[in-house]
Design a protein around this ligand. Structure first.
Ligand code: HEC
Length: 201
C-alpha cells in the first residue's frame, strides 16, 4: 500500500514536472522565435549577414566627426547614424541590459560638400553640417558565448564606402574595433552616453 502511494505520488510529481517543462517550453520558444525576427542572421560559414531594414528601427542619434575637423581623415566620417531594433530597445528600457542578439548599426553619412576649411556649409537654417551621401556600415552584435573574449560583443565592418555594402562580414579583429570599445564604452561595449534615448526618462 505504502509502496503504491509512493508510486502514485511519484507519478504525480513526474506529471507536474512534465507539465512545468511543457509550460516553460512554449515561453522559451516564443522568446527564441521573437529573437529570430530581430536578431543577427548568420551565413553558413558563420559570417554576419547585412542587417535589413535597419533605417526603420529606433534612431538613437548621430554623433558627428567631420573629416575637416580631423585632418581630412576622420576614422569614421562623418555623421554616425546609430540604430537599434524596437524590440531589444524595449527590453533594454525595461531591464537596463541589452538582450542576447541585440544588433546595433552605425551607418556613416558624409556631410554636404563644402568649400570652408572647417567643412561646414550654409543652408536656410544657418551655418553647420548637413547630411550628404551615405558612406559605410559598422555593426555590433551581442552574443555572450560567441564573443566571450571581447566582453560578449562582436564587431563587423560592411565597407567604408557608399552603398551597396558587403552582403556579409567576418568578425573584425579585436584590435580593429573591440579594443577601443572595451577601453572607452559606457555600458558593456556600447557608448550609451551619446544616446539620450538609452538613459533619459
Ligand atoms: C578609436 C575608437 C573606436 C574604434 C577603433 C571603433 N569604434 Fe565604434 N565607436 C566608437 C565611439 C566613440 C562610438 C560612439 C560615438 C561615435 O559614433 O562616435 C562608437 C560607436 C559604434 C557603434 C554604435 C554603438 C555604440 O557602441 O555606440 C557601432 C556599431 C560601432 N562603433 C562599431 C564599430 C566597428 C565595427 C568598429 C571596427 C571597424 C569600431 N566600431 C571601431 C569608437 C571606436
Amino acid at each position: 500500500m505504502t509502496i503504491k502511494t509512493t508510486a502514485l505520488l511519484g507519478g504525480a510529481a513526474a506529471a507536474l514536472l512534465i507539465g512545468l517543462t511543457l509550460g516553460a517550453g512554449p515561453g522559451g520558444d516564443a522568446q527564441a522565435q521573437s529573437m529570430r525576427q530581430w536578431g543577427p542572421q548568420w551565413t553558413a560559414s558563420g559570417e554576419l549577414a547585412l542587417p535589413r531594414d535597419y533605417r526603420g528601427w529606433v534612431f538613437l542619434g548621430a554623433p558627428l566627426t567631420p573629416n575637416a575637423l580631423n585632418g581630412g581623415q576622420a576614422g569614421f566620417p562623418e555623421f554616425h547614424n546609430v540604430y537599434i531594433h524596437p524590440e531589444p530597445y524595449r527590453i533594454y528600457r525595461e531591464t537596463g541590459t541589452f538582450p542576447e542578439g541585440t544588433v546595433l548599426v552605425k551607418e556613416l553619412q558624409l556631410t554636404l560638400p563644402s568649400t570652408s576649411a572647417d567643412g561646414s556649409s550654409v543652408e536656410a537654417s544657418g551655418r553647420g553640417y548637413f547630411p550628404g551621401k551615405l558612406n559605410g556600415l559598422d555593426v555590433a552584435v551581442k552574443d555572450s558565448k560567441r564573443f566571450a573574449e571581447t566582453r560578449g560583443w562582436g564587431f563587423f565592418n560592411f565597407g567604408h564606402h557608399e552603398p551597396p555594402y558587403a552582403a556579409s562580414a567576418k568578425v573584425a579583429d579585436a584590435a580593429q574595433c573591440a579594443g577601443c570599445h572595451l577601453a572607452n564604452a559606457t555600458k558593456e561595449m556600447v557608448f550609451t552616453k551619446f544616446y539620450t534615448l538609452l538613459y533619459a526618462d
